[in-house]
Design a protein around this ligand. Structure first.
Ligand SMILES: [Fe+2]
Ligand SMILES: [Fe+2]
Length: 188
């Protein structure tokens, strides 16, 4: 593991870090949880695109993490926050569906296939766009409009469900077809 060189932080850096810490603690439990999961998925994409790690286990980890993340948003978070911005939430379900189909295609692709990396990148870009809308638009609206107690309860439910879905795995969480997606089923 590379060692980090100890460096005294500049005054500006300390100020920025404090501001950042304040901002982080100001986020609701659901926002903090979902954003942490977004960062983890971005890390997996970086490793996959870097091409140095074994892609097999990384794709499995990505699929399980995304299955858990999509499940807690679709089944718990989105229904609870839909009234805040109905059209944005409906768009989110659609973006989940498209990402899930792209993820299925990736899971069915050998890392040796000439399009493997292209499928990784296409999925990453779909998710990137979606994450930008959630973090830049939906989450801030929700944190402003829902009361603290509701947000705290949501956070607890989402955390517990995420662990269960990840443990069961991607295949248990999504339908075994390209005809419908877990987002479609969540809305029924
Ligand atoms: Fe989402
Ligand atoms: Fe998300």
């Amino acid at each position: 593991m590379p060692t980090k060189t100890a460096r005294k932080p500049s005054k500006t850096a300390t100020k920025t870090a404090k501001k950042k810490a304040h901002k982080t603690t100001g986020k609701s439990p659901p926002t903090a949880l979902l954003e942490k999961q977004h960062r983890k998925v971005e890390g997996i994409f970086r490793k996959l695109e870097g091409g140095r790690a074994d892609p097999g286990p990384l794709v499995t980890e990505l699929a399980n993490d995304l299955a858990g993340h999509m499940a807690i948003e679709q089944d718990i978070y989105y229904p609870a926050v839909k009234k805040v911005d109905p059209s944005l939430v409906l768009e989110s379900y659609e973006e989940h569906s498209i990402a899930e189909l792209a993820l299925k295609r990736l899971l069915a692709t050998s890392p040796k296939h000439e399009s493997f990396k292209a499928r990784v990148t296409a999925l990453k870009e779909l998710i990137q766009h979606h994450v930008e809308e959630e973090e830049g638009d939906l989450f801030p609206q929700v944190d402003k409009k829902l009361d603290e107690e509701t947000l705290a309860t949501l956070g607890e439910q989402m955390k517990a469900r995420f662990a269960r879905v990840v443990a069961a795995g991607f295949e248990a969480a999504v339908p075994d077809t390209y005809e419908e997606t877990s987002a479609d089923l969540s809305k029924q």
